[in-house]
Design a protein around this ligand. Structure first.
Ligand code: NAD
Length: 494
C-alpha cells in the first residue's frame, strides 16, 4: 500500500458534503448541518447536511419522476449495464481516495477498508451489471389455448437505509441489484459514515447515470430515515442495521403504504470449536480475526466462542496470543489489524458490557478497556471474557465491538443447543474434522450462513441474510434481485 499517498490524503481537508438530489448537490432545506467527527482523533472532519423530512420528500419525488418517465427503467438492460460498469471503473480508479476518506469517517483499518469498501463495492456493482442482460422471463407451461408470460419488472422507488460499519460494501449490495434492475433509489447513509456514499453518488453522475436515479440524503435516522420509511411513494425499503430500527421500519410500513421491508439485522454468531478441529492454531487465528477485525463492528462477527471443554483453556490462550499480536490503533497505518471504534457512544456501549461481566465475576482473559485515550480517538483493546453463562447479557445481546464471550461445552448436542440459544440467526461456524458432524451441525444451527473450518470470507456468489431476528431477504448473489423485481403475469387466450 502506498503509505506516502495515504498520508497525503489523510492531511487533505474535506469539503462540507451536500445531499445529492435529482443529480445536483443540495443543502438541507433549513440549511442545518451536522459535524462529522473522525473516530481516529475525535476531531471534526467536516460537515454534512442535517437532512429534513422535506429533503427526504424531495429525494423521493425526484426518484419517482425519474422512474416514471423511464429515463432509466426503459433503457435496454445492456445500456444500464454500460453505465454501471463505467461507475464501477470510476470507483476502482478512486479506490485509495475513497478508502482513506471512509476510514477518516468511520475508523475501519485501511487494509480491510481498501478491500471491503471501494473494491468490493465496485465488484458488487459489476456483478449485478453483468447479470442484468442475462435474466430472462418465463413462458408458463399452460394448455394450448392459452399463453402465460411471466415478466420481471422493476418495483419502482427503492428506499435504502444503511449502517456505518461498511457503508460502501453494504450500500453496493443494495444499489447494485436495485439499479441494475431499473429501479430508482433514495439512499440514507448512517450519521457517522456518509462521506464515501456521497462521493460515489457523484461518480455515478460522472459515469452517465441520469439525474434522479440515485439520490442520497444525509441526516438523522429518526428524521430522514423515518421520513423515507413513512413515505407513501417508496415501494420497497431495504435496510441494514439494528433490530430496534428494523422494528420501527416494519411499523412505518404498516402505517403507510405497506411497502415491502427487507431487513439485514444484527447477530450473536456462535463459533463452535471441537477438540478434533483439523488445525487448532489455524482455528485460533481465524477466530481471532473473525471477532476482532474492524474492532468487532462486523454483522457476522463470531462473537460467541463455544469451545469443547477438553481444549478450552489451551484454545482460549492460543486465541488470546493471536489477539495480543494484533496491532490496534491508527486505522490509516496499513499494519493495523483493528482500527477505531466508530463513535464515542459505541465505545461506551462496549465498555458497559465488559463492566457488567466483570461485576458478575466473569474472567477477563484479555483486554477489557479503552486504550490510546491520549489520541482523542475511540480505541478498545481486543477483549476476551471467559466463563460467560448462557443467560448473561453478553451471551445473548450483540455488542458490535471487540468483545468475545467464551462458553465451554461437553457434547455436540449441548453445542448445538447453545449455538441456537439466541434470538439471532445470522452466521455461525463449526470447526471439526468429522465430516458427518459438520453436516449435522450445518443442518441444525439456525443461521443464514454456517462456515465449516473457516470464518468469514464468503464472496458475492452466495447469499447473505439472517433468520429469526437477524432479518429477512438476502443481499449478494443473484437471489438479491428478488427484492427489486416484481413478477407480472400476462395471460393470453389464443
Ligand atoms: P442503526 O439501526 O442504529 O442504524 C442503521 C441505519 O438506520 C442508519 O442509517 C440510521 O441513521 C438509520 N436509522 C436509525 N434510526 C432510524 C429510524 N427511527 N428510522 C429510520 N432509520 C433509522 O444501526 P447501526 O448502529 O448504524 O448499525 C449497527 C447494526 O447494524 C448492528 O446491529 C449490526 O449487526 C447491524 N448490521 C447488520 C448487517 C447485516 O448484513 N445483517 C451488516 C452490518 C451491520
Amino acid at each position: 500500500m502506498d503509505v506516502a499517498r495515504i498520508d497525503a490524503l489523510r492531511a487533505r481537508p474535506v469539503a462540507p458534503g451536500s445531499h445529492i438530489i435529482d443529480g445536483a448537490p443540495r443543502p438541507a432545506s433549513d440549511g442545518a448541518v451536522m459535524d462529522v467527527v473522525s473516530p481516529i482523533d475525535g476531531q471534526v472532519l467536516t460537515t454534512v447536511p442535517r437532512g429534513t423530512a422535506d429533503d427526504a420528500a424531495a429525494a423521493v419525488a425526484a426518484a419517482r419522476a425519474a422512474f416514471h418517465d423511464g429515463r432509466w427503467s426503459d433503457l435496454p438492460p445492456a445500456a444500464r449495464k454500460a453505465v454501471l460498469l463505467r461507475w464501477a471503473d470510476l470507483i476502482e480508479a478512486n479506490a485509495l481516495e475513497l478508502a482513506v476518506l471512509g476510514v477518516r469517517d468511520n475508523g475501519t483499518e485501511i487494509a480491510m477498508a481498501m478491500k471491503a469498501e471501494p473494491m468490493s463495492a465496485a465488484a458488487a456493482i459489476r456483478f449485478y451489471a453483468e447479470a442484468i442482460d442475462k435474466l430472462y422471463g418465463e413462458i408458463a407451461p399452460t394448455g394450448p389455448g392459452n399463453l402465460g408470460l411471466v415478466h420481471r419488472e422493476p418495483v419502482g422507488v427503492v428506499g435504502a437505509i444503511v449502517p456505518w460499519n461498511f457503508p460502501l460494501m453494504i450500500g453496493a449490495w443494495k444499489l447494485g441489484p436495485a439499479l441494475a434492475a431499473g429501479n430508482t433509489v433514495v439512499l440514507k447513509p448512517a450519521e457517522t459514515a456518509s462521506l464515501t456514499l456521497l462521493r460515489i453518488a457523484e461518480l455515478a453522475l460522472e459515469a452517465g447515470m441520469p439525474p434522479g436515479v440515485l439520490n442520497v440524503v444525509t441526516g438523522e435516522g429518526a428524521v430522514v430515515g423515518a421520513a423515507i420509511a413513512e413515505s407513501m411513494d417508496v415501494d420497497v425499503l431495504v435496510f441494514t442495521g439494528s433490530g430496534a430500527t428494523g422494528r420501527r421500519l416494519l411499523e412505518a410500513s404498516a402505517r403507510s403504504n405497506l411497502k415491502r421491508v427487507y431487513l439485514e439485522l444484527g447477530g450473536k454468531s456462535p463459533n463452535v470449536v471441537f477438540a478434533d478441529a483439523p488445525d487448532l492454531d489455524e482455528a485460533a487465528k481465524v477466530s481471532a480475526y473473525g471477532i476482532f477485525r474492524n474492532s468487532g463492528q462486523v454483522c457476522v462477527a463470531g462473537s460467541r466462542l463455544l469451545v469443547e471443554r477438553s481444549i478450552h483453556d489451551a484454545f482460549v490462550e492460543k486465541l488470546a496470543a493471536v489477539a495480543r499480536q494484533m496491532k490496534v490503533g491508527d486505522p490509516l497505518d496499513p499494519a493495523t489489524g483493528a482500527g477505531a471504534v466508530n463513535s464515542e457512544r459505541q465505545l461506551a456501549q462496549n465498555l458497559q458490557f465488559v463492566e457488567e461481566a466483570r461485576a458478575a465475576g466473569r474472567r477477563i482473559a484479555l483486554g477489557g478497556g479503552r486504550i490510546l485515550e491520549e489520541t482523542g480517538g475511540y480505541y478498545m483493546a481486543p477483549t476476551i471474557v471467559a466463563g460467560v453463562a448462557p443467560d448473561d447479557r453478553l451471551a445473548r445481546e450483540e455488542v458490535f465491538g471487540p468483545v468475545l464471550a467464551v462458553i465451554p461445552f461437553d457434547t455436540e448436542e449441548e453445542a448445538t443447543a447453545l449455538a441456537n440459544a439466541t434470538d439471532y440467526g445470522l452466521a455461525a461456524a463449526v470447526w471439526t474434522a468429522d465430516l458427518s458432524r459438520a453436516h449435522r451441525m450445518v443442518r441444525r444451527i439456525k443461521a443464514g450462513i454456517v462456515h465449516v473450518n473457516t470464518y468469514g470470507g464468503s464472496d458475492l456468489t452466495v447469499p447473505l441474510g439472517g433468520v429469526k431476528q437477524s432479518g429477512n431477504g438476502h443481499d449478494k448473489s443473484l437471489h438479491a434481485f428478488d427484492k427489486y423485481l416484481d413478477l407480472k403475469t400476462a395471460w393470453f387466450k389464443l
